[in-house]
Design a protein around this ligand. Structure first.
Ligand SMILES: NC(=O)c1ccc[n+]([C@@H]2O[C@H](COP(=O)([O-])OP(=O)(O)OC[C@H]3O[C@@H](n4cnc5c(N)ncnc54)[C@H](O)[C@@H]3O)[C@@H](O)[C@H]2O)c1
Length: 307
């Protein structure tokens, strides 16, 4: 199949490109390299450096007539979105509408969208599945839910086949340690550099961490089965920041220096999600537990730092 991966130079997108290429597909990456890196991109992929919300996307899709479009390009700095909601909407809402419309016009057989459980805001049901109330606390969350609503419109009115995958907190090799989210990457980078990491609050806040390889597997199933619905992709477990640090101590031999700082306003105390719908429909299950995931991710960060 001919597949377009937007955001294919980024953390999750670049792993998707590898997996599609491994399956023998012809892959084109569209990425503006704002946070992604060319070194992440599989050399067998063709690359277009452009903003997703421009004519370049329309022209590319009209010319290539993709079978599958996997949309991972996004502005995803949650706290930055509080300061710059307009930029967020431009990429995450308008860029997504442009992509969905071009998919409809060019006969794309299936679209996969990267959404997020951040659309739930502060969780009120544990674990959270697809029926959790939507209550985003950031423009980022609002923009991602808006993308899902447009997908629903294209699905209903234009019969476009679209899967929205709501990820919990994704971690693994190639995650950008310079962003504001991605505590695993941020902490590992700091420890490897011999710097101190700050735990906001008492460190007992939890997240549902899902490994990028499991996220890739969910995307492969979505593309293959044309799931055409909304699915949570999560590990169904919660891990505190203190527990993460303990696992890092157990895994890496370099000194681990942490300090507790003030709690971040609006930081959710608990996140625990449930991917049973995806499991029931496809057999997908998270395969990498947090201990193994932290060990292999730490090994990757150490290896790439040494190079
Ligand atoms: N990492 C997580 O924990 C997580 C959780 C939920 C959802 N998501 C979603 O997954 C997707 C990928 O996230 P990631 O963690 O790999 O982030 P990332 O920043 O590593 O990847 C995003 C990629 O999109 C590119 N990009 C950004 N704006 C663009 C634009 N206007 N035009 C073209 N390319 C653009 C960036 O250069 C980058 O390569 C995003 O849509 C994000 O909202 C991620």
């Amino acid at each position: 199949m001919k597949i377009l991966v937007t955001g294919g130079a980024g953390f999750i997108g670049s792993h998707l490109v590898d997996a599609y290429i491994e399956q023998g597909h012809d892959v084109v990456v569209l990425d503006d390299l704002s946070t992604g890196k060319t070194s992440n991109i599989n050399p067998k992929a063709r690359v277009v450096v452009a903003d997703v919300n421009t004519n370049v996307l329309d022209e590319l899709m009209a010319k290539e007539r993709f079978d599958v479009v996997n949309h991972h390009a996004a502005h995803m700095e949650l706290r930055a979105s509080l300061l710059k909601p307009l930029h967020d909407a431009n990429v995450n809402v308008l860029g997504s509408i442009r992509l969905l419309n071009a998919a409809r016009e060019t006969g794309v057989r299936h679209v996969v969208l990267a959404s997020t459980t951040a659309i739930y805001g502060a969780q009120v049901q544990f674990p959270a599945d697809e029926s959790h109330p939507i209550a985003p606390l950031s423009p980022y969350g609002a923009s991602k839910y808006s993308m899902e609503l447009y997908a629903e419109y294209f699905r209903r009115v234009h019969q476009l086949s679209v899967t929205s995958l709501r990820y919990s907190t994704v971690y693994g090799p190639r995650q950008n340690p310079h962003g504001e989210s991605g505590v695993v990457a941020i902490f590992l980078e700091r420890f490897i550099d011999g710097r101190q990491a700050t735990i906001h609050g008492d460190g007992e806040q939890t997240r549902d961490y899902v490994h990028v390889h499991d996220v890739v597997a969910a995307n492969m199933l979505a593309s293959q089965h044309k799931l055409n619905d909304v699915y949570v992709v999560a590990s169904n477990t919660e891990v505190s920041v203190n527990e993460l640090v303990r696992l890092m101590r157990q895994t890496i031999t370099i000194p681990i220096d942490v300090v507790h700082g003030p709690k971040v306003k609006g930081d959710a105390p608990r996140t625990l999600c449930c991917a049973d719908k995806l499991t029931n429909h496809t057999g997908w299950r998270p395969s990498i537990g947090i201990e193994q995931g932290i060990a292999t991710t730490a090994a990757w960060f150490i290896r790439t730092k040494v190079k």
